[in-house]
Design a protein around this ligand. Structure first.
Ligand code: SF4
Ligand code: MSK
Length: 649
């Protein structure tokens, strides 16, 4: 029997989403929220991971009466195989995104970029040096070509481990070597995982799970890291900028175009095309005041970080944006795009346009995006959206007012610059603040939202409680958008709620207590930041020693599982807001939640509410501080400008 339907106030935290949910009910439009009610008795075998449909002697499910599948696989094997396949899904998604950018970089280097160019030469040369390339006397295209070839090798390498692993601290690399956990080529890791999980191959749950960690490292220290590096080279390394967020960014009198998905190639071009006089003029001729381009999910984060394009919402708001009745076109590419969108759009005038040949949806218009003539594709899409403006029915339009200001764009380079200036950029002030105890540690809050719990609630409560306890919070993906909706990504609002130590440091060095680092592939920036902390010195010589924790409070995607695994394999403890589908195997659960601590220095923890998570996180941070011998009261007060003036020197 389905559960009793929740009210809109129980489903969402922000007023814009609540208004849109009420409108959905009034307009008789289905959303993921009421579909969740209909799915409330979710399959227990799936939830605990003990359903196997890998071969056609099955499907088999494990019960006390049938403890083994037809082939003899037990719960440990079945749960571990299913888990590994999820990690492959996440790794493949991030890495394929990375591959598209690598191929684009190569084309740009060869002079066939189709309107794309090397926007950030400093990022290119920096990356080349990371990989040991001699770049000083070469033109940027030559450097880009060599780098692109190295990146292609990261996908195709058969026997050599990934070169990108060398960006990790030396001690961590040695541990991976010792554990036989260094991934070879990204593609090979995914293929091998599918082979191992085929009927009758790898049945040892620990062996399967170790390959899950190895595959995930091919994501975090492979595909995702490469994606971020290429994006910075092609589109620019982000630096702090202002924008706004929530459904209220949509315009009453403008043509509204939403980009949704993950890959930045098309959205970057749309961000440029929308500002051209040709498009603005075309919109005016159609009777609109202009075009509002806004984003959903991580495409939003990509163009927010580099152009300040406003964010309409995060994952659970994709249907709600259409329900405002004011969206002319939603342009989708890959990942996190609900197949329900064309059904929702039927109630309004919105056209759903899919642009990737590998991601079509029945009911959507498919207009393949041609990256070799990207500006033409972008302008054609915008003109098509403008043409639809006249179909907007004012009686169906209700745009919630709520939109909040935010600051985004904290790449690691930008953080360094903010901490130390252009010539002395370094993490030293941050390390010192952690050593002195003014900042207790760093917590990355990442991942999606999920209609299984009230939208954004866990992420918001957790963020507020952590900064109150002097913890610096860094965020990516839909978690960052969630906090932005409540103003927590403005330094002023966050500083008001920060604890005294964090507040003092943030004011002294001019950094905000909650930092937006980018999209979900940009979780690689969190690893990069943690590595900078290790390199700066004073907080151990490995990632596992840094007082740092990763949290995925409301996660839903396989990408989140891969991210969690590469954090743990990098030595960082990860707190989940709800568990993996592994409860059917005590051995698998124990391995992931306990034994990995011994192996990697980090493990998974489950905390089903924000307050339990806060307690667990503070325990982990304090434990790390204790081991470093820095868990004592701060002795020195940082001098702010007022103090310095009073010194009169
Ligand atoms: Fe059943 Fe084994 Fe086939 Fe899985 S692989 S479906 S457990 S027979
Ligand atoms: S979009 S993976 S819902 S963070 Fe990257 Fe958001 Fe999660 Fe998708």
């Amino acid at each position: 029997m389905a559960k009793e339907a929740l009210s809109s106030n129980d489903r969402a935290r922000d007023s814009a989403s609540i208004e849109a949910l009420n409108k959905a009910a009034a307009d008789c439009v289905d959303t993921c929220f009421n579909r969740m009610d209909l799915q409330s008795n979710q399959c227990k075998f799936g939830t605990t991971g003990v359903c196997c449909r890998i071969c056609h002697m099955g499907p088999c499910k494990i019960t006390p009466k049938s403890p083994k599948g037809v082939c003899g696989a037990d719960a440990d094997t079945i749960v571990a195989r299913n888990f590994l396949r999820e990690v492959v899904g996440g790794t493949a998604a991030h890495s394929d995104h990375g591959r598209h950018l690598v191929l684009r970089l190569k084309k740009v280097a060869e002079g066939n970029g189709g309107g794309y160019q090397i926007k950030d030469e400093a990022a290119l040369r920096r990356a080349a040096r990371w990989y040991g390339l001699e770049e000083a006397c070469k033109i940027k295209e030559a450097v880009a070509l060599e780098l692109a070839d190295i990146f292609i090798g990261e996908f195709t390498s058969q026997e050599d481990p990934l070169k990108t692993l060398s960006l990790a601290p030396i001690k961590r690399q040695a541990l991976w070597e010792q554990l036989n956990c260094k991934p070879e080529g990204i593609d090979r890791m995914c293929v091998e995982a599918m082979h191992r999980t085929h009927m009758g191959v790898d049945h040892d749950y620990k062996n399967l799970l170790m390959h899950a960690f190895r595959t995930s490292l091919a994501d975090g220290w492979g595909g995702a890291r490469v994606a971020t590096i290429c994006s910075d080279i092609l589109f620019g390394t982000p630096s702090p900028l202002k924008s706004k967020v929530n459904l209220g960014v949509l315009g009453e009198k403008t043509v509204n175009v939403i980009v949704h998905g993950h890959e930045p190639e098309l959205s970057e071009m749309l961000a440029v095309a929308v500002k051209t006089p040709e498009i603005q003029e075309y919109a005016k001729q159609a009777g609109a005041e202009g075009v509002t381009l806004a984003g959903i999910c991580c495409t939003a984060n990509e163009i927010l970080m580099r152009h300040g394009i406003p964010v309409a919402g995060n994952f659970l708001q994709q249907e709600l944006a259409i329900i405002t009745g004011a969206v002319e076109m939603m342009i989708t590419d890959v990942q996190c795009v609900m197949p329900s969108l064309p059904d929702v759009a039927k109630a309004y005038h919105t056209e759903i346009v899919s642009t990737s040949d590998m991601a079509k949806t029945v009911g959507a218009t498919h207009l393949g995006f041609d990256p070799d003539d990207a500006m033409t594709s972008a302008k054609n899409l915008l003109k098509r959206a403008i043409d639809a403006y006249k179909k907007r029915d004012p009686k169906k339009v209700a745009i919630p007012k709520s939109n909040s200001p935010l600051v985004a764009g904290y790449s690691v380079e930008a953080i360094k610059y903010m901490l130390g200036g252009k010539f002395r950029g370094s993490f030293r002030p941050l390390n010192d603040a952690i050593i002195q105890g003014r900042i207790k540690g760093v917590v990355g809050i990442v991942g999606c939202n999920n209609p299984k719990s009230k939208m954004d609630e866990y992420m918001m409560v957790l963020t507020k409680e952590l900064i109150k306890r002097d913890v610096l919070v860094i965020q990516t993906g839909c978690a960052a958008i969630a906090c932005a909706k409540e103003g927590m990504l403005t330094p002023e609002a966050a500083l008001e709620q920060a604890g005294p130590g964090l507040k003092e440091v943030c004011e002294a060095v001019g950094i905000a207590p909650v930092l937006h680092l980018g999209s979900c592939v940009d979780n690689s920036r969190i690893l990069e930041a943690a590595t900078e902390i290790v390199r700066e010195g004073g907080l151990g010589d490995d990632l596992s020693q840094v007082p740092a924790v990763g949290v995925a409070p409301e996660w839903m995607s396989e990408k989140a599982i891969a991210i969690g695994c590469y954090f743990v394999a990098s030595g960082v403890d990860v707190v989940l807001g709800h568990p993996f589908h592994i409860a059917g195997s005590e051995n698998v659960t124990k391995f992931l939640n306990e034994e990995t601590k011994e192996l990697f220095g980090g493990s998974f923890h489950v905390a089903e509410d924000a307050h339990t998570a806060v307690a667990k996180i503070m325990e982990i941070l304090n434990d790390a501080r204790e081991k470093l011998g820095i868990n004592k009261k701060a002795e020195r007060k940082l001098l702010d400008m007022k103090d310095r003036r009073e010194l009169n020197v």
